[in-house]
Design a protein around this ligand. Structure first.
Ligand code: XMP
Length: 521
């Protein structure tokens, strides 16, 4: 295991991602982690970057024991500065913040036992990506300089006796083309970590772990949505404990066209998952009557979901003799990272609908088989478990569903319009071959009317807004553009206007996130 200590940089999780790609398991923990409290012995430690300056009063501090543990350490950006600061060197603010490419000149130490290992195989000079406001201006005692740039005299350092390294630039960013090689050199050569993290092995280990936790007679319940995460988690449970895993799909009346039937076909009929569908559409739609505020809609749907799910869980629990002990949740690693951050949770932009609230009342223990995985790893796992490509690559769909895509009041009629428009949109995107390139696409129904002409008649009808974004992490997103894409949008627009009653105009949302968000509400 490689330990990554996170000082709050936006790119810390990318370090983890790169190392996993080498087949090496790593854990990302807050920088405040004390070495004495670690539950494993790392083969190496990486210190991430940070938005702070080492001289800030509230700057995050590393446990000095990190440098005496005998384990190789690589400090990246703030990590280098914090190491330098602690060991008696000097860090100062740059004249201007340095952001962008720089030429790294590599210095060699042919007689040194390990100083050359970090940049092994990389030809000097080489382009690296910088992003920093402070930099090292005085090297700490006992270090050699192994890399310089025009502006950074200490762009790379290596300790003379201990395996401590520091670099000012960011190897985790794809802009630093040699970044992979540097991280590879560090974890495989310097730390001597062994590649043992593979998805095939993960499946076997996880199934064994689930069986051990649940025991020979225990039952587990979990909500499924038809999305990748909950389906992969459900399939894994099904492989581990068969019908003792109970999947529940709550029809909240704001799902996509034919979603319940499709989920039933896929999960129950095809994958053999023990699935119960609860039709609660009327209850949800009744409670949404007259509500236009987005946050209120989200709360109503979240709370109603919990109520319906709990009632169903009680029924299932009775049926299987009170043996339900665990609740399955499809938490992914980015959620785990977010919740353990030393900075605390970030500001609430939207209340996300999740099943976390269930735990408080239900006295169930949590089982989270995906909590170590990134989204692309979940997809890989899905493929190993035999999920159809179509499901594995499905775009995310929000818990509150079409309710947050029908702006204004949510009525059955409005949901029908949005649902049909969305169905046509996605069908055409798939036919046009754009589905995989787009990270998320959907149709929203706007609560305004516009004038149009159809045949010889004036129309006065509603507006559909189409959204399509490309993103890697859904935290920021770019709108999909392109000549061919726009031609397809034109065809989609005419299909929607022709086939969806009540719509006479289609617009394309060209805002990026930020400042817009992916969903309209
Ligand atoms: P926003 O609109 O915040 O969306 O840019 C980012 C991503 O999150 C999805 N989303 C949700 N997912 N429950 C979910 O499970 C929710 O309440 C929810 N709200 C937004 C959104 O579809 C996008 O992928």
């Amino acid at each position: 295991t490689i330990l990554i200590l996170d000082f709050g940089s936006q790119t810390s999780h990318l370090i983890a991602r790169r190392i996993r790609e080498f087949g090496i398991y790593c854990e990302l923990l807050p920088c405040t982690q004390k070495m004495a409290d670690l539950h494993f012995k790392p083969k190496g430690i990486i210190l991430s970057g940070s938005p702070y300056s080492v001289y800030d009063k509230d700057a995050p501090r590393v446990d000095p024991a990190v440098f005496d543990s005998g384990v190789p350490v690589l400090g990246i950006c703030y990590g280098l500065q914090e190491m330098t600061n602690l060991m008696g060197g000097k860090v100062e603010a740059c004249d201007h913040r340095e952001y962008g490419y720089a030429q790294l000149q590599i210095q060699t130490f042919p007689d040194h036992p390990f100083a050359d290992k970090l940049f092994k195989g990389i030809e000097s000079p080489v382009e690296v990506w910088m992003s920093h406001g402070d930099q090292v201006t005085g090297i700490a005692d006992g270090f050699n300089v192994i890399g310089t740039t025009n502006t950074a005299p200490y762009a790379g350092v290596a300790h003379k006796d201990k395996k401590l390294f520091g670099i000012q630039f960011h190897p985790e960013l794809s802009h630093t083309v040699c970044g992979k090689a540097i991280l590879h050199n560090f974890v495989l050569d310097i730390c001597q970590a062994k590649a043992s993290w593979s998805m095939g092995e993960f499946v076997n280990k996880e199934i064994a772990r689930i069986r051990q936790i649940v025991g020979p007679a225990g039952h587990v319940i979990g909500a499924v949505s038809g999305g990748v995460d909950s389906t992969v988690a459900a399939k894994l449970m099904n492989e581990a404990i068969g019908d003792r895993f109970h999947a529940v799909l709550v029809d909240n009346g704001v799902m996509r066209l034919n979603e319940c039937e499709n989920v039933k076909k896929m999960l129950a009929d095809k994958m053999g998952i023990n699935l119960k569908i609860v039709n609660a559409a009327d209850l949800f739609l009744d409670r949404l009557k007259g509500v236009t505020d987005p946050e209120k809609k989200r709360k109503i749907i979240g709370n109603t979901f919990i109520e319906v799910f709990e009632a169903e869980a009680a029924i299932i629990d009775k049926e299987c003799g009170g043996e339900i002990e665990y609740l399955l949740q499809g938490t992914l690693y980015p959620d785990v990272i977010e919740s353990i951050s030393f900075k605390g949770p970030s500001a609430t932009i939207k209340t996300h609908h999740n099943v976390g609230g269930l735990l408080e009342d239900m006295k169930l223990k949590l089982i989270e088989p995906l909590r170590e995985l990134f989204k692309d790893e979940v997809r890989e796992l899905g493929k190993i478990l035999g999920l159809d490509d179509e499901l594995v690559w499905r775009h995310p769909f929000p818990g509150p569903g079409i309710a947050i895509r029908v702006l204004g009041e949510v009525t059955r009629e409005q949901v029908e319009i949005a649902r049909l428009a969305d169905h046509i949109y996605i069908e055409e995107i798939k036919k046009g071959g754009f589905y995989r390139q787009i990270s998320q696409a959907y149709a929203a129904l706007l609560p305004v009317k516009a004038v149009g002409v159809m045949g010889d008649k004036r129309t006065y009808e509603q507006v559909i807004a189409l959204r399509a974004v490309e993103t890697t992490d859904f935290m920021s997103a770019d709108v999909m553009i392109g000549a061919e894409w726009f031609l397809l949008l034109k065809r989609i627009s005419s299909r929607i206007i022709n086939e969806v009653k009540g719509v006479n105009r289609v617009v394309y949302d060209i805002s990026s996130k930020p400042p817009a968000t992916i969903e309209w509400e």
